[in-house]
Design a protein around this ligand. Structure first.
Ligand SMILES: [Zn+2]
Ligand SMILES: [Zn+2]
Length: 260
């Protein structure tokens, strides 16, 4: 059995909880330790029970809580060597600093973790697939554009948290300065609702049917728009197997999904 729960999602902070029979991890800790602790408590877990935190990349919305959590609870934190260099200023105790190699499996308790490289404007950004008990759960956010290898990697996921960052028109008409719009739209920025829809459809046609849309921009997206874009794309597919589609909440905790 794997339990999966999105604690926080979006540009103001990201953190996802995954639990197996023996292991409890977080992917990213992009809000305060206090907020993460509170969210975990609400699903019956103490923050000091967390066996490891996996870091996708160095941006603050993925790393904000790390210093406090590592100092208070000595939690092992896993990131690539290049990402650790970028996180130098956070003063994380060296005994908490664990490394992994992108695109190579590693183990945490009874979990096998596959970190896969993604295109984003960070030094060594990754998404993660976690395998345990014949299940696969994947988290992929902060993706500049969809490469064929990403689709191959995500096929087989029993549940996928995928970024659906912005609505094209909302971004273009919005108040963001030009350079920021260019960054988000660029090859190393974020995925639009349209790009996510097409990616999700490809995955659905290859057997994936549980999707959570996450990392929605507060300024440049609306949950309804993201949901509708993906829903329409899935509904127009020739594949007619049932699918589950939801939006990760920004500031409150999602329901725990149990995959048995
Ligand atoms: Zn980022
Ligand atoms: Zn981010």
């Amino acid at each position: 059995m794997i339990k999966f729960c999105n604690l926080y999602s979006g540009s103001s902070g990201n953190s996802t909880f995954i639990e197996t029979a023996q292991t409890k991890i977080l992917i990213d800790a992009g809000v305060s330790a206090q907020k993460i602790s509170k969210a975990l408590k609400s699903i019956g877990t103490d923050i000091d029970e967390i066996n490891a935190i996996l870091i996708t990349h160095e941006h603050i919305d993925h790393t904000k809580g790390l210093t406090t959590i590592s100092k208070k609870f000595n939690t092992p934190i896993f990131a690539t060597q290049k990402t650790w260099k970028q996180l130098d200023g956070l003063n994380i105790p060296s005994y908490c600093q664990k490394t992994f190699l992108p695109n190579e499996n590693f183990s945490i308790g009874d979990m096998t973790v596959y970190p896969f490289s993604i295109p984003h404007d960070a030094v060594d950004p990754c998404g993660f697939s976690v395998f345990a008990d014949n299940k696969k759960v994947s988290v992929a956010t902060d993706i500049g554009h969809v490469e064929e290898s990403l689709i191959t990697t995500l096929i087989g996921s029993d549940i996928l948290l995928i970024e659906s960052n912005y609505d094209n028109d909302t971004l273009l008409c919005g108040s963001y300065p030009y350079f920021l719009k260019r960054r988000i739209l660029g090859d190393l920025g974020h995925l639009s609702n349209d790009a996510t829809s097409k990616l999700v459809r490809r995955l659905y046609e290859n057997g994936v049917n549980k999707f959570i849309l996450g990392h929605l921009s507060k300024e440049n997206n609306f949950p309804e728009l993201a949901y509708q874009a993906v829903y329409n794309e899935l509904s127009s597919s020739n594949v007619k197997t049932p699918f589950t589609l939801s939006i990760a909440k920004r500031d409150s905790i999602d329901d725990v999904v149990e995959l048995v």
